[in-house]
Structure formats: structure tokens, C-alpha cells
Design a protein around this ligand. Sequence first.
Ligand code: NAI
Length: 324
Amino acid sequence: AQTPVKVTVTGAAGQIGYALLFRIASGQLLGADVPVKLSLLEVPQAVKAAEGTAMELDDCAFPLLSGIEITDDPNVAFAGANVALLVGAMPRKAGMERGDLLEANGGIFGPQGKAINDNAADDIRVLVVGNPANTNALIAQQHAPDVPAERFTAMTRLDHNRALSQLAAKLQVPVTEIKKMTIWGNHSATQYPDLFHAEVGGKIAAEQVDEAWLRDTFIPTVAKRGAAIIEARGASSAASAANAAIDHVFDWVNGTEWTSAAIPSDGSYGVPEGIISSFPVASRGGRWEIIQGLEIDAFSRERIDASVRELVEERDAVRALGLI
Ligand code: NAI
């Protein structure tokens, strides 16, 4: 039998964790023939809740689930890990300044990056979901000098899927008709969902919608969807976030011709090298590649630059705080 793949999930007792773990255990993260071993990392006060979730996982009798470990020690959680989903993070509380938020998350993602560096399997792949995701990924990466930098990624797949869904509804087409969607930049309100390369029925999406809708409805609806979900549900997106994490890792491992993911920049499209920014990406041979050669017009340039500027500011802020 195949050796199980060890998947570590942090924040396992949270709401995304609850939506995510069952799908991983059922085989949707890696493929329907890949056995998995789950490691659940939580803070000490949430370990009991994680144990409850583990009881429910047991009760599903998933054929592919070969074991569950629950711990509050990152060195244990990441020991031999092949995939790490970093979901647990410090949320922004009322009155919290950006520096406080970055500092609190630095205290989580720095030590977790080091624990990954010291304990994970050689093929470790890391997806950061916990916000501010791009910068948390950068912090973790900077504490893991022995792990190839490209293995640290952050999630913009939920934004990508939101963009697909909004465009499909506007044009009254199935989401499967839409190709080459791209989210650029930061997973924040400055992100840029790009319809100038997206295609619907083989034709450029931006040419099939009016400019006012694209600028004043589509872009802000996608960028502010997280806030709209909180307003409606009274809680932040959880099942859709878990779904996007599944999509990201599945495509990373199994390959795709085009999606969006935040990966370390190699300087493409004027994004400073090292910044973990969302790009149009393909996955081949288990590696993300930035799709090259796209023409960027002035409208897109301005928006990509604004989001990347925010990422550079976040990087400079965590540097100034000594977190990287
Ligand atoms: P939640 O508050 O329900 O759960 C977070 C869990 O993380 C809690 O159980 C907490 O105990 C745990 N945790 C905190 N610090 C930890 C640490 N050092 N080690 C291990 N576990 C720790 O939050 P929820 O709704 O599950 O969201 C998690 C994160 O995902 C948030 O930061 C949220 O902003 C982010 N998010 C990101 C999205 C994206 O598209 N990138 C979309 C939606 C949410």
C-alpha cells in the first residue's frame, strides 16, 4: 500500500478547519487514491475542541484516513509533514493597528516556519490561509532557510473562484466556460481580478462586459466579498475558504494550465523579487510557474502596482519590526 501523505492543519478547531478536515480525509485534497494522515495543530485551549473534531473524523470511517494526531506543539505537528495548511492566525480586533496585527502574526508564523524548517519532509508544500496571508507566508518562509522558497504560498484561490462565479452570473454562462481568470497582488481589498486575459467562449471577457460594470461592480464585488459574507452570515467565509484551499493544493500537486496563487515573485510583471504576490500560474511537475508574456495595459498596470505596493509596505513593516 502507498505510504500516507502527512497533512498538517493549523487552527484545526476553527471554522475553516471544520470545513476542511473532512474533505482532506475523504481524498479531495490530493486525489481519491492517496491515503492521508492528519496532524491537527491548535493552541492549548482549543486542543479539546480539535479532539472532538477528530472523534467525528473517526466516525466517518474514511477509507483513506490512516491516522489523526492532535497537538499544540508545532515541532510535533510538522514532523515529517508533506503538506502544511496554515489556517490559524490572529484576527484583527477592534482598535488594533496594522503593526500590532503583523506583530501578533509574526509570533505565530515565525515559529511555525522554523518548525517546518526543522521537522517537515523534504517535499513539504505550504499554503497559508490565515490573514494577512501573503505576509504571513513571507514570515514563515523567512524562518525556513533550508526549505526551497517556492514551497511557501498564500491563498488567493477563493478570490479567483469568486471572480469566476461573479462573471459567470453576469454573462449567464457556466463557470466551466471561463478560462484564464487571474487575481493579481495581495489577498486584500487591493487585489486585482483581471478580465483582460480571462476568456469566455474563447473571447476576452473584458470585451463582453461594459467597462463601468467591470470597474465599479465586478472588481469591488470580488475584492470586498469577504466583508459581504461576514455581513450576511455573521461569520467569515469558511466552507468556501476551505474549498479554495483544497483547489489550491490539488492543482499544485496534480497540475493545472491556469489558475491564481500567491507565490514568491521572480521579478515577473514588475513585482519585486521575493514578494509573495498573486499571479496567473500554471502547475507542472508539482511546481508553480508564473504564466509569462501577458500584455498589461494601463488600467491593469495601475491596479497591479497598487496591490503590490501594499505588499511591499507589509514586507517593509515586518522587516522594521524585526519579524523577518
Ligand atoms: P477561527 O477563529 O474560526 O479559527 C482559527 C483557529 O486558529 C482557532 O481555533 C485558533 O485557536 C487557532 N489558532 C490561533 N493561533 C494558533 C496557533 N498559533 N497555532 C495553531 N492554531 C492557532 O478562524 P477561521 O474562520 O477558521 O479563519 C482562519 C483564518 O483564515 C483567519 O485568519 C481568516 O482571516 C483567514 N481567511 C483567509 C481567507 C483567504 O482567502 N486567504 C478566507 C477566509 C478566511
